[in-house]
Structures are given as C-alpha cells and as structure tokens.
Design a protein around this ligand. Structure first.
Ligand code: GAR
Length: 194
C-alpha cells in the first residue's frame, strides 16, 4: 500500500479534492494508493470535519503545544511516519517547515501555492498580483525544498485577472483550478513511479 498523508490548517478544500479523486478514480484498487490520514495543526480547522465526512482518519497536533519549531516538526514527523507515507501533501498547511523536516521527506513532499511561482512567494499572493497589474494569476504544485515556495514545479494553472477583481474573487477563481491540478499532480507522482 502506498500511503498519502495530507497536512492541512484550514478549510481543506484541496485535501477534499484529492480524496474525492482517489475515491472516484479508485486509486487504491488500481495503484494501491490511498489517503491514510489527514493531520491538522489546528483543532478548529473546518477541513477536519470535511475529511471525516469523506471517511478519512484525522489527527490534530496543535503547534502551540511545543516550545520550538524543531520540537513541533519532530512530533509531526513521528505522527506522519507512523503511516509510512509514500507521499506527504501540504494542502493549505500554513507552517514554515524546518530544514530537517524537508530533508526527511525529500522527493516525497509536495505543496500547492496560490500564485504562478516563481512570482509571489509567501503570503497575500492574490492582492499582490492585483497590485502589480498582472493580467493572469494562478496556482502552482511544487516539490518542497528548504527554500520557501521553491522546488521543482509539477503543475500550474492560469486564470485571468478581471477588471475590478478583489483578492477574494481572484482567490475563489484560482481555488477552482487548484482543485483540478492538485489531484492531477498527485496522480502523476504515482504514475511516474509505477
Ligand atoms: C489554498 O488556496 C492554497 O493554495 C493556499 O491556502 C489555501 C488552502 O485552501 N496555500 C498557501 O497559501 C500555502 N502557502 P484549502 O484549505 O481549502 O485547501
């Protein structure tokens, strides 16, 4: 069995898109690929109920319970490794990861970022794209490396910026595309490994 562990902090809509694709396309029967667990660093993340509703096992590891970033990441690694994951997916997991964490999952750790990387790393990507006068915006699925929002690009989606766009309207337009490219990238990850 090839296990996927998905990390979330918020609404979990990307997590749900991956889980629904896995169910609809019978990834487990076809490739032995399944979502083994959804782990949140926030106990009140709405994505936890969404995951349960999809029949997925959920876990919570509050980062506030730890003295340091290193201590939290070490505990998180232990939780994740319990599932012996072939792939760890960051789906709106709003934590900066330590180099040790990233190194531990090198080659099997992917993230989705709401911009066309390498443009607009970091936060407030949609407002920054609007302020910069961009004509297009989008999202990127990429391998995670020690440098924030860098790493090989696995998939991208482009959407137009429309006159009068707000960050909220743009975010919603980008999110619908995230829900397409993230499951695609996960599928491709396993397809390329046979
Ligand atoms: C998504 O738009 C994702 O690209 C972004 O958070 C949102 C999570 O939504 N991720 C980042 O900003 C990472 N730096 P979701 O919880 O509904 O999937």
């Amino acid at each position: 069995m090839k296990n996927i562990v998905i990390l979330i902090s918020g609404s979990g809509s990307n997590m749900a898109a991956i889980a629904r694709a896995a169910q609809k396309e019978a990834w487990q029967a076809k490739w032995g690929v399944r979502v083994a667990a959804v782990i949140s660093n926030k106990a009140d993340a709405p994505g936890l109920a969404l995951a349960s509703g999809l029949g997925l096992a959920t876990e919570v590891l509050p980062h506030q319970s730890f003295d340091s970033r290193e201590a939290f990441d070490a505990a998180l690694m232990a939780r994740i490794d319990h599932h012996a994951p072939a792939l760890v997916v960051l789906a709106g997991f709003m934590r900066i990861l330590t180099p040790g964490f990233v190194q531990h999952y090198a080659g099997r750790l992917i993230n989705i970022h709401p911009s066309l990387l390498p443009a607009f790393t970091g936060l407030n990507t949609h407002q920054r794209a609007i302020d910069a006068g961009c004509q297009v915006a989008g999202a990127t699925v990429h391998q995670v490396t020690a440098e924030l929002d860098h790493g090989d690009i696995l998939a991208q989606a482009v959407v137009p910026l429309l006159p009068g766009d707000t960050a909220q309207a743009l975010a919603a337009r980008v999110l619908t595309q995230e829900h397409l490219i993230f499951p695609q990238a996960v599928r491709a990850f396993f397809a390329s490994r046979g």
